[in-house]
Write a new protein. Structure first.
Length: 94
């Protein structure tokens, strides 16, 4: 079973290939709930994936034009997050 930092690293790594709302949401909750900092996530990605491009990752993290909107069922109504809220959060983190 993967740890939360390993899951976050995998999500960060796949953003360069595909941009799904689910991956952004997973990263949002992992970072927002302080399971991991953005700096620590980048460090893990650089160690785990030799071809990891930090600049590209950070650009993808705040670029939402190619993120497909899909219906996501949130378990708690208070946890519902919009694309705008995600983008604002990531912009502040960077």
């Amino acid at each position: 079973m993967l740890t939360i930092p390993e899951i976050a690293a995998a999500k960060a790594y796949v953003l360069r290939r595909r941009a799904t709302l689910k991956d952004y949401l997973d990263l949002y909750f992992i970072l927002k709930d302080k399971y991991l900092t953005l700096q620590k996530l980048i460090k893990i990605c650089q160690q785990k994936y030799k071809e990891f491009d930090t600049r590209l990752f950070l650009e993808k993290l705040i670029y939402f034009k190619d993120v497909e909107s899909v219906a996501i069922q949130f378990l708690k109504k208070k946890k519902k997050v919009t694309k705008n809220k995600l983008q604002n959060y990531f912009e502040k983190e960077i």
